[in-house]
Ligand binder design. Structure first.
Ligand code: 7LS
Length: 842
């Protein structure tokens, strides 16, 4: 049957069709001045840099706007399948530099501003990071959007417009202190509010069964407390291809500004309370990247995102096809970024059945052929479970649907494995026990046609462990999609000096085809090229040293090896192992063992979840060790240690180009993939790392001789833990013994005796899940190899060049192509673009 689009009146072309905007210096300067003077009302007395920043964004946004419109029309043709990336986090960082880069007008803008007496770099610094994410998972979503737009894939992001993003991290006496991040205080000139697309979200109430006009049994969700979801659209430009995709972020608003009953009764505060309760939903990003499960507001956020986004897609569908959903699954995919938006499985069922009148079987066919789930972690504390009682109170209709999904699913399991009650218990979406829980990962697996992990090892461990039963039932659902990062932000944008050196030698095509970097490999043998490579690294180290000096007041010697570990603070990431190595280096200096010494600057940065005591204590330890080391005249320039506060996207843009040694030292089997590892590699840092996550694939690509490997494998970690005896390891290792004695003597906690007891206990615990002591020896040996290599600067430079040259696999362009070929199957849109084309090769 042919689907008929529902007709709509088109507005007059006179209203909507405009000649293209100029991209030349003079036109950009004209537009800028118009915004500055007329729109923003500035005159000679305006001193704040905020105004020129805003005028610049508006100038650029106009250029995006015309391409945005064209992209929308191009993707609106019939049967154009779309994918939707549902994510609680989009860690976008700054948008200005990226917009100019992707429009191809960075130089023109720079010149236009220069002619107006302004400085582009200065204005770019005015922009706040959009910190709508915690770490890897949120930043991955941002890189995915960049790559989809660049590939012309019709993919839309759906997320939450948190009023407060990731907290700002301050240090007080070496302790982390959190400050709210009111990133929207001065407005966000990139976003467009779209109140006409507001959606209504239900909470609470109960479900009511009734018969409709045709005598069919139906359900409705009644007596609900409703909240409105108001969308804000953010443009996502592709790289010089005329494509602009959309990130739609939802803000919660009360249904009525005031409760008039309360207001008239004179209870003003009560009347405003409901408004506050509603708007609380999108007030703040939860600053945890694992655990703290079971918070009601978090479940509200998750359902709010899922429901608003699905309703939005369904409204657009109905506008085109009425209530005919027969081809919905053919034309739509929803990618669930971890289980956080997994309510979407039950919510799509509810919308299709209760709101659009479909029967269970048809609704299930559609749902289970549109949902796809990406898992990002094996850590048990990050596996989401919601108490059934909370679900019942907040989302009673959804729980009813989940029960039905579970009943039908378990019937399937029982048919396949008759009499296997234990398996039914294991696989049930509902976990039984004193407090019954909904297992969100199982709901996501049962409701999806694809389930993927984010690196080869991680995907293998998933099907061998956590999801083993499900893999046995549906092996074809499971697949791997190794993560990546976008080279536009993480090389072209953040490292202009290296980007230029690369382009001079192999052309510019690497910006859309990262495998081209392979052509740098032969240049590793070219002495002149190596010298140029080192000169670039030197400039980038100066930039990083300036940042460190401004933030930490410590001067870093530029000839020293810059040894960097930046990522969320977490025990499994083993910043503690890094600190133990630092203490060991300090100990060597103190006892005069400095023959052939390579000066080092150890930089550690990352935020700890506010409730994660051990992670916060490790921050304090880094700072105390830094205080002792940097303050010791005998150490001098041989070793510097700093904790760089408030690690964020815009800081990484300065950090990764200036890094020599990239620390990727998680306990094997615990880091699902890692993406910082890829940013460092792309920028020519050499990795010291374990066989964990994507490190394994990085090492495969660059070759074992260009990677400093250490540590137990994932299988060995599991084996060792059965009879783990850290005290014996410490006793048998002279150097580790000395490190522990320094720690235990209170050398780093002079003013707070016993402060690091919990750290010491964790290292010495036979229960230590991260087996820090077990990997110390091989870590120190690998660090020795790194130092010896660094002594030979020519050799180090060769390895550095080869790391960049072999980083081609780790572009999100490749990752997105794989998602598209194996999961979404979208047709790229082509735009007749005026932008300087750099076509993407197949
Ligand atoms: C979260 C919460 C949570 C990552 O970055 C889990 C949670 C929670 O459990 C609970 C209560 C309140 C807020 N927020 C935010 C994130 C996560 N989970 C993860 C899981 C994996 N966050 N990852 C990282 O993802 C990267 C991209 O795939 C990987 O490269 C990296 O290995 C992984 O750690």
């Amino acid at each position: 049957m042919q689907l008929k689009p529902v007709c709509r009146n088109n507005p007059s072309p006179l209203l909507t069709e405009l000649p293209p905007l100029g991209m030349d210096v003079a036109t950009l300067a004209d537009d800028f001045r118009r915004y500055y003077n007329y729109t923003l009302g500035c005159d000679g007395d305006c001193l704040s840099t905020h105004y020129p920043y805003k005028a610049l964004v508006l100038t650029l946004r106009d250029r995006l706007m015309e391409r945005w419109k064209q992209s929308k029309y191009a993707a609106r043709t019939r049967e154009c399948k779309h994918a939707y990336y549902l994510s609680m986090e989009f860690l976008m960082g700054r948008a200005l530099g990226n917009a100019m880069l992707n429009l191809g007008i960075t130089d023109e803008v720079g010149r236009a501003l220069y002619e107006l007496g302004l400085n582009l770099e200065e204005l770019a610094e005015v922009e706040m990071d959009a910190g709508l994410g915690n770490g890897g998972l949120g930043r991955l979503a941002a890189c995915f959007l960049d790559s989809c737009a660049t590939l012309g894939l019709p993919v839309m992001g759906y997320g939450i417009r948190y009023e407060y993003g990731m907290f700002r991290q301050l240090l007080e006496n070496g302790y982390q202190v959190e400050e709210p991040d009111h990133w929207l205080r001065d407005g966000n000139p990139w976003e467009i509010e779209r109140p006409e697309h507001t959606k209504r979200i239900h909470f609470g109430g109960r479900s009511e069964h009734y018969r409709d006009g045709e005598g069919r049994s139906r359900v409705r969700w009644v007596d609900t407390n409703d909240v409105l979801a108001v969308p804000y659209d953010v443009p996502i430009p592709g790289y010089r291809n005329g494509v602009v995709n959309t990130l739609r972020l939802w803000r919660a608003a009360a249904t009525d500004v005031f409760d008039l009953g309360e207001f008239n009764a004179g209870s003003y505060p009560e009347s405003v309370a409901a408004k506050n309760a509603a708007e609380n939903i999108t007030m703040v990003l939860y600053p945890n990247d694992a655990s703290e499960n079971g918070k009601e507001l978090r479940l509200r956020q998750q359902y709010f995102l899922a429901s608003a986004s699905l309703q939005d897609v369904l409204v657009r569908w109905v506008r085109s096809y009425g209530n005919d959903f027969s081809k919905f699954a053919e034309n739509n995919s929803f990618q669930l970024n971890d289980t956080h938006p997994a309510c979407a499985v039950a919510e799509l069922m509810r919308l299709l059945m209760d709101e659009h009148g479909l029967g269970w079987d048809e609704a299930w066919r559609i749902t289970s052929n549109t949902m796809a789930y990406t898992n990002h972690t094996l850590l048990p504390e990050a596996l989401e479970r919601w108490p059934v009682r909370m679900f019942e109170r907040l989302l009673p209709r959804l729980l009813e649907i989940i029960y039905e999904i579970n009943a039908r699913f378990l019937a399937q399991v029982a048919a396949r494995w008759p009499g296997d009650g234990e398996r039914l218990r294991r696989m049930s979406i509902i976990e039984e026990g004193p407090e019954r829980q909904v297992r969100m990962a199982y709901l996501a697996i049962v409701g999806s046609y694809s389930v993927n992990g984010v690196a080869a090892l991680h995907s293998r461990l998933l099907v061998e462990g956590l999801f083993r039963d499900f893999h046995e039932l549906w092996p074809e659902k499971f697949n791997n999609k190794t993560n990546g990062v976008t080279q536009r932000r993480w090389l072209a944008g953040c490292n202009p000096a290296l980007a230029e050196l690369i382009s001079e030698n192999i052309g510019e095509q690497w910006k859309v085809d990262l495998r081209q970097l392979k052509r740098l490999a032969p240049l590793a043998a070219d002495e002149g090229f190596r010298a140029a490579w080192r000169a670039v690294k030197r400039v980038n180290k100066e930039r990083l040293a300036a940042l460190v000096e401004a933030e930490c007041g410590v001067r870093l010697p530029l000839e020293a090896m810059f040894d960097v570990q930046v990522k969320r603070m977490h025990e499994y990431k083993r910043q503690l192992l890094n600190v133990l190595h630092v203490i060991h280096l300090y100990d060597r200096i103190k006892r005069g063992d400095t023959g052939g010494w390579v000066p080092r600057c150890v930089i550690i940065g990352g935020k700890a979840a506010p409730g994660y005591a051990m992670a916060k204590l490790i921050i304090k330890l880094v700072n105390n060790v830094a205080g002792v080391v940097n303050g010791d005249p005998q150490v001098g320039e041989l070793l510097k240690v700093v904790f760089l506060p408030n690690y964020r996207v815009s800081a990484m843009e300065i950090i990764c180009p200036g890094t020599d040694l990239s620390e990727q030292i998680s306990t094997a089997g615990k880091e699902a993939s890692g993406t910082g590892n890829m940013k460092f590699m792309m920028n020519g840092a050499i990795t010291i790392g374990t066989l964990d996550g994507a490190n394994i694939e990085i090492r495969e690509e660059v070759g074992e001789e260009n990677f400093f490997l250490f540590g137990l494998t994932a299988a060995e970690v599991e084996a060792v833990r059965a009879s783990y005896n850290p005290d014996a390891i410490i006793a048998a290792d002279e150097e580790l013994g000395r490190v522990m004695r320094l720690l235990e003597s209170g050398h780093f906690s002079r003013f707070e005796p016993g402060l690091f007891e919990p750290v010491i206990r964790s290292i010495r615990s036979p229960q230590d899940p991260w087996v820090v002591a077990a990997d110390f020896r091989s870590y120190v040996d690998a660090q020795r190899r790194a130092a010896e290599t660094y002594l030979d600067q020519e050799r180090w430079t060769r390895m550095s060049i080869l790391n960049t040259a072999c980083s081609g696999k780790f572009s999100t362009d490749r990752t997105m192509q794989e998602y598209n070929e194996e999961i979404w199957r979208l047709k790229p849109v082509k735009i007749q673009s005026r932008d300087q084309q750099t076509a993407i090769s197949d």
